[in-house]
Design a protein around this ligand. Structure first.
Ligand SMILES: Nc1ncnc2c1ncn2[C@@H]1O[C@H](COP(=O)(O)OP(=O)(O)OP(=O)(O)O)[C@@H](O)[C@H]1O
Length: 605
């Protein structure tokens, strides 16, 4: 059982490596071929150089006994030229390989970004609200995207050193085969220590991810623009900085403990290798003094031993490194293996356009993943074609959740959401979302041009389309944009030079324009006017039906004065729809809506 588990485990590792090599290969096959060829040729240079050196030394020592210095010089000259040529080739190959390596690393790195981004877009929204996912993402982002590059270097290291080991090893074995055995002895304990610590470091990395994430969170609080105002006004800087330092200290201490243990283990293994190496050198020197080998041989074998030892060590270290990389790669593939749950059905039904009966929520229940609380309980509602409905209720009553279910960002735990009687789960996700344009409370502020900020609402229309300006006019954003130095071509936000920051209300107008531009049947504005001044809010709602151009709309708002014009108002309380009707009907009912309305009206008077 244990063996089978181990085998499965190991085969998974091999798979990781294989998958990573496939990514590297597909990113640029020719770059991979070029790099491998250069590595092989480069690795043959040291033995060539060493052999010429041996010949040179032997020729020179023989020249000491010769009566004709001219003859010795004639024999030395071609060797000196050959050495020069080898050095020249080596320099040339080093430059070319640096170029090839750098380029290939860029190609692989860009491909990895592409793969990670594709996955980040595809995963369900629920993952972004799940701490375990953040751990995976953090690990994938921090380490795994550089690992295939490390893997490349590692394979190059192993390949190159294997060639070197073969050439140097053959030379040594021709001298004395016992040296081959001595070569291996000191390397084994070193490699065992390395493998043991690779395991330990990885276990520690897994354990420390949440601490690391917590520390990065405090770091982002301290340096990001979003918190800069509160941090200064509430003087939170010292507190967050202290917490950050404490977490980092804990991480540093744990790491130091491992490093200390590793350093002492390394010392003993290095001692063994130093003793073995001395023994070999002494043996070669003894053989020379005895006249069994020439001075050239002395240099050749000494150097060959040193280089073979280094090469063997590098090969084994490279293999241990592969083991190491494989663990890191598992982070990347753990992320890439996440399967989205919200996917297209096998036989999708088309989204009705134009819809005839409209959208229905039928006895919908919903729990957020990882939460025991029911966010929606038995909700049923209807939005007819061209109708405007409003969702009102206190904070946390479930309004935004209903919209997330409508867009299929989540799926009901029970019940269904239907368009013209077709369950939204039977439609293609992309087609469904094309028909709904939502501006959430926490809408996005893109630090792009004003035009692009609106155009992002409908990528199918050309980016210089007149409809962009019309949408801006409908939402009131046009007035704001016209005051910018470059009008629609002005960058928004302060992230880039020449960007102009807008007020919250002005950003909101831009985001509403984005919703208007989308060629959808339903428009959802979640707290659309919370930051608009009373005049702007009045303008939006006075003309709201004209602005809609026949679309259906869902309004979510706490300002009850603005929902009077809705055809129907749904009142939510702790996830339930507790009342439904027009403004007048609900007031007459004297229930929750009437109480909320009265409270607001009193405060405004
Ligand atoms: N991602 C989430 N994971 C777990 N629970 C959530 C999540 N988002 C919201 N909730 C919970 O679901 C309930 C409904 O939240 P929702 O955002 O729908 O309320 P809302 O009526 O839109 O509130 P508000 O008026 O404050 O915007 C709340 O109790 C909230 O705590």
């Amino acid at each position: 059982m244990r063996t089978r588990e181990l085998l499965n485990f190991e085969s998974e590792r091999v798979l990781h490596l294989g998958r990573a090599i496939a990514i590297v290969w597909k990113s640029g096959p020719w770059w991979t071929v070029a790099r491998s060829s250069i590595t092989i040729v480069k690795s043959c240079i040291p033995i060539t150089r060493l052999y010429i050196m041996k010949l040179l030394l032997d020729t020179i020592t023989m020249g000491f006994d010769s009566d004709d210095p001219q003859d010795a010089f004639r024999r030395i000259t071609p060797l000196v030229i050959a050495m020069g040529l080898v050095n020249l080739a080596s320099a040339l190959l080093t430059s070319v390989s640096r170029l090839v390596n750098q380029y290939q690393e860029q190609v692989v790195s860009d491909r990895l970004y592409e793969i990670i981004h594709d996955k980040a877009i595809a995963v369900d929204l629920e993952h972004y609200e799940n701490p375990a996912y953040y751990d995976i993402l953090e690990r994938a982002r921090n380490q795994a995207n550089s690992v295939p590059l490390q893997l490349l270097n590692r394979l190059e290291q192993i390949g190159g050193n294997l060639v070197q080991l073969a050439t140097m090893g053959t030379t040594l074995l021709s001298f004395n085969w016992l040296i081959g055995g001595v070569l291996v002895i000191p390397v084994i304990p070193r490699i065992l220590v390395r493998l043991a610590f690779v395991r330990e470091i990885h276990a520690w990395l897994q354990r420390r991810t949440s601490t690391q994430r917590e520390a990065s969170y405090y770091n982002s609080l301290l340096v990001s623009e979003n918190y800069a105002k509160e941090i200064r006004l509430f003087q939170l800087g010292e507190l967050f900085s202290r917490r950050f330092r404490k977490l980092r200290w804990r991480l540093r201490e744990e790491r130091l403990q491992i490093a200390l243990r590793r350093a002492s283990a390394d010392f003993f293994t290095t001692l063994i290798s130093v003793i073995a190496t001395w023994g070999i050198y002494a043996y070669i020197a003894y053989q020379t003094v005895q006249g069994n080998i020439t001075v050239g041989d002395l240099v050749l074998y000494n150097q060959a031993f040193r280089k073979a030892y280094d090469a063997l060590w590098q090969v084994l270290q490279g293999v241990a490194g592969l083991y190491d990389d494989n663990r890191y790669l598992s982070y990347l593939f753990e992320f890439l293996n996440i399967k989205p749950k919200i996917v297209d059905p096998e036989f999708p039904k088309p989204v009705p356009r134009p819809m005839q009966q409209g959208i229905c929520f039928n006895n919908v229940y919903f729990n957020y993943p990882n939460s025991q609380r029911e966010a929606i309980k038995n909700a049923s509602l209807h939005l007819g074609p061209g109708e405007v409905i409003a969702l009102v209720g206190e904070n946390g009553s479930g309004k935004t959740t209903l919209i997330k279910l409508l867009c299929r960002l989540y799926e009901p735990t029970e019940g269904s959401v239907e368009i013209d009687g077709i369950d939204v789960r039977d439609m293609k996700v992309r087609e469904l979302r094309q028909q709904i344009s939502v501006i959430f409370q926490d809408y996005a502020k893109y630090h792009l041009t004003a035009r692009e900020n609106i155009w992002l609402g409908n990528l199918e229309c050309p980016s210089d389309d007149e409809r962009i300006i019309k949408a801006a006019q409908r939402s009131g954003a046009d007035e704001v944009i016209q005051t910018l130095p470059l009008a629609y071509d002005n960058l928004l936000g302060k992230r880039f030079e020449t960007g102009e920051e807008l007020s919250i209300g002005q950003w909101q107008k831009v985001s509403i324009a984005r919703a208007f531009l989308r060629d959808s049947q339903v428009i959802v504005l979640d707290e659309p006017t919370s930051a608009l001044d009373p005049k702007a809010e009045y303008e939006v709602f006075k003309k709201f039906r004209e602005l809609l151009e026949g679309q259906s709309a869902v309004l979510i708002t706490h300002r009850l004065s603005t929902v009077k014009m809705a055809d129907r108002i749904y009142v939510l309380d702790k996830g339930r729809i507790v009342e439904c009707g027009s403004h007048d009907e609900l007031i007459a009912m004297q229930g929750l809506y009437a109480t909320l309305f009265e409270t607001q009206a009193r405060n405004y008077r």
